[in-house]
Write a protein that binds this ligand. Structure first.
Ligand code: ADP
Length: 264
């Protein structure tokens, strides 16, 4: 588009009615993207207007999990995001050919995020979810600069080692003066398909530990919003682009995520 002036990020304007949640994790593979996509689909199914920014620039997986195979189009000088299951979504993967890796440095990441937030036509959203890359990287800082009012949602597994890293990722909120809305514990045990017992594959207590740690470091009460069990249907839903909250809303994982969505 003409000119070099950057558009303002609408979600950061005073009076914006959009709730913005940045979904963060310490490590990769804990289910951050799965949680983001399912929360978005659950909220959209509840009638909310929802958008997702796949800000996990190097590990972008949101469009596939959401079954969003459309391409963004350009109308005048705005980018129109494709949508799936009533959720508008934009991802760097939509702008790179094939499965090409993204090799960018911090300033380019910042610019891409700026464009995703300001140059994409989101309309009036009730909720915008940002799927952050794992860890405490450039993008988390960029989010804090571009949307200071974004609240952080921390995803961890029950495992001690994962919880420690997740707490570190969450504690960036102290420096950026952001609010942590809560902690989601994912992969919280595997309900045995043959009996009623729960197999604690990754141990227990990680969500509580992260919430307590972040309550201490931030000085504000950080709740555990819920625990999501290991569920084959959640993984299948991600692979097939049909979030489990829609395909099997009453499955253990589907019900757990819908309950969390209800708290946001
Ligand atoms: P991250 O975004 O943290 O890297 P993903 O959401 O990509 O993690 O999840 C990693 C893998 O684990 C995916 O294949 C996903 O389907 C699977 N997965 C995540 N959460 C669960 C769960 N509760 N039950 C079963 N599989 C899960």
């Amino acid at each position: 588009r003409g000119g070099t002036a950057e558009r303002e990020v609408p979600f950061a304007q005073p009076g914006s009615l959009t709730r913005v949640y940045a979904v963060a994790s310490g490590k990769g593979g804990v289910g951050k993207s799965s949680v983001t996509v399912n929360l978005a689909a659950a909220m959209a199914a509840d009638g909310l207007k929802v958008g997702v920014v796949d800000a996990d620039i190097y590990g972008h997986s949101v469009p596939r999990m959401l079954g969003a195979d459309g391409k963004p189009t350009q109308v005048e000088n705005m980018i129109m995001p494709p949508s799936a299951h009533g959720v508008k979504v934009i991802s760097i993967g939509m702008f790179t050919p094939g499965n090409a890796p993204v090799v960018w440095r911090g300033p380019m990441l910042h610019r891409a995020l700026q464009q995703f937030l300001a140059d994409v036509y989101w309309g009036d959203l009730d909720v915008l979810l940002l799927d952050l890359p794992p860890g405490t990287g450039d993008i988390a800082i960029s989010v804090a600069q571009l949307v200071p009012n974004a609240e952080i949602l921390v995803v961890t597994t029950p495992q001690q080692a994962a919880a420690e890293v997740a707490e570190r990722a969450g504690s960036i909120a102290v420096q950026t003066h952001q609010k942590i809305v809560g902690v989601v514990e994912n992969m919280s045990g595997l309900p045995c398909p043959h009996c009623d017992e729960m197999v604690d594959v990754f141990g227990t207590g990680g969500g509580e530990r992260v919430a307590e740690g972040l309550t201490r470091t931030t000085g504000a009460q950080v709740p555990v919003l819920g625990a999501i069990p290991i569920d084959v249907r959640l993984r299948e839903g991600g692979d097939e682009g049909k979030p489990v909250v829609l395909s099997d809303p009453d499955s253990p994982a589907g019900a757990a995520i819908r309950a969390i969505a209800g708290k946001l």
